[in-house]
Design a protein around this ligand. Structure first.
Ligand SMILES: C[S@@+](CC[C@H](N)C(=O)[O-])C[C@H]1O[C@@H](n2cnc3c(N)ncnc32)[C@H](O)[C@@H]1O
Length: 272
């Protein structure tokens, strides 16, 4: 998946037929500037009219302030955008309860203490948002470039709505497997949070086409055990792993304790 193409926002349609229509780049300065800037930064091609979407190629469209990704999967072109401040995600985030959130217990929040968290598998940024809402500083790593770009765009929109919260969320396009003891110490990380993909999620959450596309972009996270081993070696005080109920422990490491939530569980490891 090395080829990423930008299309103008006029081309931001949802079906293959519509995508093949003539679609000149929008005559809109903000939109054009944003597309040109991203295309330059990430070495992408700008496609502005009369193209056919190719299976497994990723297309982006920017319609200020939304970045959308289009991917053809099984003959259907689907659009993917990330919400943080908007929709259900924003609604839930606005109602975060400082005392009742399960994640607050898992990461070790206390009445006058908020840990600095490193979310090593940022994804759609939803868990990071909840932790930032709880008052934590969160460093977020996402290694998939398309997912990173969508998340960065969602964070930009979050900044308009909740600037104080977005100021606590620091996203980097980086592979967390590279993180070591020195980095953890230098960035003053108290807790590492891991939520790698889990194949069995296919049956439940991944039924939606958007979630299938997310999985194509992120892959299976087959190296999650290695990430866990590296994380424990980094000497961080606490590691929290989000797992589906009934799943094995990452790297077969038994946690110090488990917190069971409605749909998943948290494995908590304390590093002494
Ligand atoms: C299940 S999703 C995380 C969902 C996230 N907790 C949320 O609330 O939206 C897993 C994400 O972690 C990313 N990921 C997996 N291993 C990684 C690594 N070693 N470094 C950076 N990102 C990683 C994947 O690309 C994927 O986007």
């Amino acid at each position: 998946m090395n080829n990423l193409y930008f299309i103008g926002y006029e081309a931001a349609q949802q079906t293959s037929e519509q995508l093949t229509e003539k679609s000149p780049l929008a005559n809109n300065e903000i939109v054009n500037n944003k597309i040109v800037q991203l295309a330059k930064q990430f070495d992408m091609t700008i496609v502005d009219s009369g193209f056919k979407p190719v299976a497994n190629q990723i297309y982006f469209a920017y319609s200020h302030p939304w970045l959308s990704l289009y991917l053809e999967l099984n003959g259907r072109v689907t659009r993917l955008q990330f919400d943080l401040a908007e929709g259900e995600v924003g609604f839930r985030a606005a109602r975060v309860s400082k005392s009742n959130e399960v994640v607050a217990k898992a990461i070790g929040c206390k009445p006058h203490y908020r840990p600095k968290v490193f979310d090593a598998t940022a994804g759609m940024g939803r868990d990071s948002l909840i932790m930032a809402m709880l008052g934590c500083e969160v460093i977020m790593h996402e290694r998939s470039l398309p997912i990173y770009l969508l998340l960065e765009n969602a964070l930009n929109r979050l900044q308009q709505k909740w600037p104080d919260i977005s100021a606590c969320m620091h996203l980097e396009n980086y592979d967390s497997l590279q993180v070591n003891e020195h980095w953890i110490r230098e960035r003053k990380v108290d807790v590492v949070y891991l939520d790698p993909m889990f194949p069995e999620r296919k049956k439940s959450a991944l039924v939606k086409q958007e979630m299938r596309i997310f999985k194509v972009l992120a892959g299976e996270d087959a190296d999650a055990d290695q990430l866990m081993i590296n994380t424990l070696k980094s000497g961080v005080k606490r590691v929290v792993v989000k797992r589906p109920k009934g799943a094995e422990h990452l790297a077969s490491k038994k946690p110090n304790h488990e917190i069971i939530a409605k749909k998943f569980r948290y494995d908590v490891y304390l590093n002494h």
